[in-house]
Write a protein that binds this ligand. Structure first.
Ligand SMILES: *Cc1c(COP(=O)(O)O)cnc(C)c1O
Length: 422
């Protein structure tokens, strides 16, 4: 259970920062000196200070001077950076993670591969409140294959009820697609229990780790997870449009065939042979030429997360969001702001969502007052304190500005009409 912090003063928040073993990581990010209260690292993580030099090195030396000869070292960038993410962030074993494509494409690959591995089953299960791309990919695959989608309802604040999921599992289900951390509420699914329940029903789960990687302990190998995908530009700080990752449990790799038969998955790639014959390992999930420049930024971001340690990051994430919840209860709830995330820290990722009928206007006003959250439909302000660089005092100051805004009513001057990007 969540124990309310008794001392909610700014000095108490400063004391938490003084005792924070991760405090030193903040200075390894650009722009932290600007004073902006950036609580949107779960949408686009900050830029590590080492990233521009890493990009410049690949551009100027490897591309600029090495030219095509640099492919000797670039050719395995997907598996090399995949291992940094897999072993350093996800608790996977070497050779189980590939950096490639986008989350959307990786999800498509793995859901089709998993459905092919369950012949005779004609149902795909997903969560009705999951991130749009996940639901659309599932719907598209079902339409193309004549399968049926079974959408499990989920509480937008509390996440999926395991009993609802259990009720959706039967011998017709081939694949289950779920987010480990719900993008809207931050609700954390019980990854080992869901994986085991699906396996008992003969189905495979493809986990989307986009809001979980770098924020919570995943221990994919220890938890028996079979398949997963996720993005690298949120808590992994890989930069806008950074390539995604996919995970396939080692024991499963050779038995799965993914639907995009590209030359980067091919055995003896430069033999340019007549038929597709994929390599046995994780490399068979590769498609075409990897984004070498973008990979350099992903590697810097993932190494920082690995260095900080996912256990310490997750613990700090729970402490940051716990402070946020306590402060919101004390100072925002009296103004009609309701918690729209699980109250129990063990059931949350590293973001907290607050509901208010004028959430969109509040979001715009907060940005003008130096607090960056994001707006999520229908009426939510989402605040993501990234444990690598957000201080406890940032959370305190952000809630204080939120309180002042509710008191002075300055949000009412902002348009109700939603912008194209929120
Ligand atoms: C951010 C996110 C994505 C992003 O997909 P892209 O293909 O990288 O744009 C997908 N799914 C979830 C759950 C996300 O949070």
């Amino acid at each position: 259970m969540h124990l309310a912090q008794t001392d909610l003063t700014r000095a108490a928040a400063e004391a938490l920062d003084d005792a924070d073993p991760l405090a030193g990581f903040r200075d390894r990010f650009a722009g932290v000196e600007d004073g902006l209260l950036y609580l949107d690292g779960n949408s686009l993580g900050r830029m590590p200070r080492d990233t521009p030099a890493a990009l410049a090195r690949v551009a100027e030396q490897e591309w600029g001077r090495g030219l095509v000869g640099s492919w000797a070292s670039w050719i395995d960038v997907g598996t090399r950076v995949g291992d940094v993410i897999g072993t350093g962030v996800l608790g996977a074993r070497p050779g189980e993670v590939l950096m490639a494509n986008t989350t959307t494409v990786d999800l498509y690959e793995l859901v089709v591969a998993a459905a092919d591995a369950r012949p005779g089953r004609d149902v795909l299960v997903c969560c009705a409140d999951d991130f749009p791309t996940d639901r659309y990919v599932v719907a598209g695959i079902a339409a193309a294959r004549g399968m049926t989608v079974r959408e499990v309802p989920a509480d937008v604040d509390e996440g999926l009820d395991p009993a609802d999921l259990a009720a959706a599992l039967d011998e017709r289900v081939a694949v289950v697609v779920l987010s480990a951390v719900a993008y809207r509420s931050g609700a954390l699914a019980d990854v080992p229990a869901v994986t085991a329940a699906a396996r008992d029903a003969g189905a495979l789960v493809v986990w989307d780790l986009s809001h979980a990687a770098g924020a919570v302990e995943l221990d994919l190998a220890a938890n028996g997870v079979d398949l997963a995908v996720g993005c690298t530009y949120k808590y992994l700080n890989g930069g806008p449009g950074a390539p995604a990752f996919l995970y396939v449990r080692g024991e499963l790799q050779e038995s799965l065939r993914q639907p995009i038969w590209g030359w980067f998955g091919q055995r003896d790639q430069f033999a340019m042979g007549p038929v597709y014959d994929p390599v046995p390992g994780i490399g068979r999930f590769a498609t075409g030429t990897p984004p070498v420049l973008a990979a350099a930024a992903v590697e810097v971001g993932a190494r920082l997360v690995a260095e900080a340690g996912i256990d310490r990051l997750a613990a700090k994430g729970r402490a940051l969001t716990g402070l946020l919840v306590d402060l919101a209860d004390a100072h925002l709830a009296p103004h009609g702001v309701a918690l729209a995330s699980p109250r129990d820290a063990a059931r949350r990722g590293s973001h907290v969502t607050l509901a208010h009928p004028h959430a969109w206007q509040l979001t715009q006003a907060l940005v003008d007052r130096g607090v960056v959250p994001d707006f999520r439909t229908p009426d939510r302000v989402r605040l993501g304190p990234a444990p690598l660089y957000t201080r406890f005092v940032d959370v305190w100051d952000a809630v204080d500005r939120f309180r002042l805004l509710l008191e002075d009513g300055g949000w009412a001057a902002y348009p109700e009409e939603r912008a194209p990007v929120t």
